[in-house]
Design a protein around this ligand. Structure first.
Ligand SMILES: [Zn+2]
Length: 144
C-alpha cells in the first residue's frame, strides 16, 4: 500500500501519515443510492494526515497505534451502519457514504488530538472506497 496521496500545504514542523486497510460492509439507506442501498462490502484504504510543531514526552507527534485503534479498531470487519455513534440512517449528513466516513474519521481523530497537551492537528483524511473512487476530507481553514 505505498500509495501517493494528495498533499496538504501547512507550516507545521512534523507531519505524520497513517495508512489503514478497513474491510467493512455498509448500505446507503436512500433510494437515490440504487444498488448501494443493498448491503455490500469494501476494503477501504484510509490515510490520515496529522501535523504539529511539538512532540510528546515519548518523542511521538501521535502514536501510530492509537490512530489505528481509533479507526481500524472500530470499523474493521463490521457493518458501518451499526455504529450509531458515527452514523444515522435518518440523517443524510450521517449516512455511511465515503464522504461521511472521511469526515467522521476526521472528527474522531481530532477529538482525540484535542486531549493531548501538544495539540496536534488532523489536516486531511483520505478514504478510497473502490479502485476508482475516493474522497478527501479537510477541515476548513478556520477549523484548524
Ligand atoms: Zn459502498
Amino acid at each position: 500500500m505505498h500509495q501517493l496521496y494528495p498533499q496538504v500545504t501547512h507550516h507545521y514542523r512534523y507531519e505524520l501519515n497513517k495508512d489503514m486497510h478497513v474491510a467493512a460492509a455498509h448500505f446507503i439507506p436512500h433510494k437515490a443510492a440504487g444498488s448501494c442501498a443493498n448491503v455490500h462490502g469494501h476494503t477501504y484504504i484510509v490515510n490520515v494526515t496529522i501535523a504539529g510543531d511539538e512532540l510528546d514526552e515519548s518523542g511521538f507527534l501521535v502514536n501510530f497505534q492509537t490512530v489505528k485503534k481509533l479507526v481500524h479498531g472500530k470499523l474493521d470487519h463490521t457493518l458501518l451502519n451499526d455504529h450509531n455513534d458515527w452514523f444515522d440512517r435518518h440523517d443524510p449528513n450521517r449516512f455511511p457514504t465515503t464522504e461521511v466516513v472521511a469526515r467522521t474519521i476526521y472528527e474522531t481523530i481530532q477529538r482525540y488530538l484535542d486531549t493531548l497537551p501538544h495539540k496536534p492537528k488532523c489536516l486531511q483524511v483520505f478514504v478510497r472506497e473502490t479502485p476508482t473512487s475516493y474522497v478527501v476530507y479537510r477541515p476548513k481553514a478556520g477549523e484548524r
